[in-house]
Design a protein around this ligand. Structure first.
Ligand code: MN
Length: 262
């Protein structure tokens, strides 16, 4: 199996190396990642200016591997790799392991999910992996083992072209997570607050607060299940069409009057 691995925390992120270690034996793993951290880059791509590709060697000894570093966004990395850099098609695209959960509406801001979504747009099966961060440092070897275990199940059950799966690992205590929950994405808002900032020239200035707490939400969503200590698995879709509303608009459209004079 040929796997393309990317992330949004950048080529030097420990989560990328941990994911590489976790999947190396599955086949050929090609790593293409942003040269600098790109968290919350969302699905941005670079329209103007070149994308520079550099080969780098990461890790040491038996765990060392070669990767391509690109001075662009996560979606740029996957897009450029698939469209141009890779000599042969890949079977699977993975993103992560992100330092920080990507659940609820944060999925829209996430560069990790965007890297996987870009692959789905290119009709490849894709999985994004993120680890919730608590008070302690993320135990990457354990998180990576869990990511691999989830990936093995997904592969066993069949990942099809264009399918996009978002996996989040909860904060790990001394024990295993409580289990796995296949859950929908929460759409609850984030209760953050913009803090007024001093500006050197006295202009009005704000900074987004650090706390990313979600508003209370349904128990059966990714946000709540992750918080409760479950691994969450959420199937996402690139097609954002609201089918029910679409049908309503189609019905309404039958009676739309002629366009106004311009
Ligand atoms: Mn990140």
């Amino acid at each position: 199996m040929r796997i393309l691995l990317s992330n949004d925390d950048g080529i030097l992120a420990p989560g990328l190396a941990a994911m590489h270690r976790a999947v190396a034996e599955l086949g050929e793993v090609i790593v293409v990642a942003p040269s600098h951290p790109q968290s919350a880059a969302g699905h941005a791509i670079t329209l103007r200016g070149p994308l520079t590709v550099q080969q780098v060697h990461l890790g040491t000894g038996q765990e060392g591997f070669t990767a391509l570093s690109i001075d662009g966004r996560p979606a740029d990395c996957v897009r450029l790799a698939v469209r141009k850099l890779l000599p042969a098609p890949v079977d699977l695209v993975l993103a992560g392991i992100n330092a920080g959960a990507n659940v609820g509406i944060n999925v829209f801001y996430s560069g990790t999910v965007a890297a996987a979504a870009e692959a789905a747009m290119l009709h490849l099966p894709a999985v994004a992996f993120s680890a919730a961060v608590g008070d302690q440092e993320v135990d990457l070897p354990r998180v990576a083992r869990l990511c691999r275990w989830v990936l093995d199940r997904l592969l066993e059950w069949g990942l099809q072209a264009g399918q996009l799966v978002n996996v989040n690992i909860p904060v790990l205590g001394p024990h295993r997570p409580r289990g796995v929950r296949v859950v929908p994405q929460s759409t609850a808002g984030v209760q953050d607050a913009y803090q007024p900032q001093e500006h050197p020239e006295g202009l009005e200035s704000y900074r987004l607060g650090d706390s990313f707490n979600f508003a209370p939400t349904d128990e059966s969503t990714d946000v709540v299940c992750l918080e409760e200590g479950y691994i969450t698995v959420t199937s996402l879709k690139v097609d954002m069409t609201d089918r029910a509303r679409h049908t309503e608009l189609l019905q309404a459209g039958k009676t739309w009057p002629d366009l106004p004079e311009l």
